[in-house]
Design a protein around this ligand. Structure first.
Ligand code: FE2
Length: 345
């Protein structure tokens, strides 16, 4: 009589003599194993549904199908390990069974039946190893996920820091990001790329952290010298971010967000597709948000003027497809900056 803590084996064998050989061999071994025996694939499925075993031993050819149909690939995705038995014992059968997700196979013979407890022990060890490896991978992925989140939040805090020093652009990065993401979604960019764009958008003006705050909050137009200084912010931002290990090209997007496709942008005068797509998107979103908002030296030209600017520059200084997507999301899809732009004090 099997004890509660014993392992359970589901034996699927339509040949009574073979099933009996397995039972006898197990009874003679030091293994305490409960054996449930069935003779068809249908009964096997019913038995599994009623109570999954710890391991299953399946004859390859059954009256209503082949054992391969019961296998799950990769084997660690199955709820328990499966060992396939074959009477024919050719290489191809074994390879097919292993490829289909069997943890092991055996060729039926009086010798292999006598060794069945060893085969089962070996299969269970292999199975436990696979499960352990899978758990370790899951733990590693969780750790990576947490690290990624930690780095991402740290970078976001940096983004908020620059906004805290620059009251006139407070919220600018957030609103720009909202539009950039809407454009990217309209263009059908993959979620992974959009994640990188979102993070880059939230800190795209990070380089302004190295600008004197008198310049950032100057309530009048900048002198050419001051403007030249402000124009260094993409490079400064890149300098801060370039060594941060991230799964996205955030530093590069920040570096390129003031480039224009005709080469008239800064700091490197990149053209067309030399500018990465995320930066081409950010450039459009940045322009629209800036024009929709008040600046120290001017009022807000407004969203309509911003869209006219994008229309005028479409395919000239702004990426054609990006500009079209931007016009669509605002004019046709009802995009709005819900967080109101700061108004003149
Ligand atoms: Fe900028």
């Amino acid at each position: 009589m099997a004890k509660a803590e014993d392992l359970s084996l589901l034996l699927v064998e339509d040949e009574p003599a073979h099933a009996e050989a397995v039972r006898r061999s197990l009874a003679a071994s030091d293994m305490n194993m409960e054996v449930r025996a069935v003779g068809t694939l249908r009964e096997y499925r019913k038995a599994v549904a009623a109570r999954p075993p710890d391991i299953a031993l399946l004859d390859l050819v059954l009256p209503d199908g082949r054992a391969l149909e019961a296998l799950t690939c990769p084997p660690e995705d199955a709820p328990f390990p499966i060992v396939v038995m074959t009477s024919f014992g050719n290489e191809q059968t074994a390879v097919a069974a292993m490829k289909a997700g069997a943890i092991d196979y055996l060729v039926k013979s009086p010798e292999t039946f006598a060794q069945i407890s060893h085969t089962i022990s070996r299969a269970l060890r292999a199975w436990n190893g696979l499960q352990e490896r899978r758990r370790a991978e899951e733990r590693l992925n969780e750790t990576l996920q947490r690290l990624r989140q930690a780095v991402t939040s740290t970078i976001r805090v940096l983004g908020l820091t620059v906004e805290a020093r620059d009251p006139y652009t407070a919220g600018h990065q957030q609103r720009t990001t909202k539009l950039a993401v809407a454009i990217a979604e309209e263009m059908g960019l993959p979620a992974e790329k959009i994640d990188g764009l979102r993070l880059a958008g939230e800190i795209h003006d990070l380089g302004k952290i190295s600008m004197p705050s008198e310049i950032l909050s100057k309530p009048s137009r900048l002198t050419p010298f001051e403007f030249d200084l402000v124009k260094t912010h993409p490079r400064k931002g890149y300098g801060i971010l370039k060594d941060v290990e991230l799964p996205w090209p955030v530093a590069e997007i920040v570096y390129q967000h003031h480039e224009r496709i005709d080469g008239s942008g800064y700091p490197r005068g990149f053209q067309g597709t030399e500018i990465i797509l995320e930066a081409r998107i950010l450039a459009v979103a940045d322009t629209v948000e800036a024009m929709a908002s008040h600046r120290p030296y001017r009022g807000a030209p407004g969203i309509d003027a911003a869209l006219r600017e994008i229309e005028k520059g479409k395919g000239v200084i702004y990426d054609d497809e990006v500009a079209s997507a931007c016009l669509r999301v605002i004019r046709e899809k009802g995009f709005a900056f819900d967080d109101p732009a700061p108004v003149k004090a």
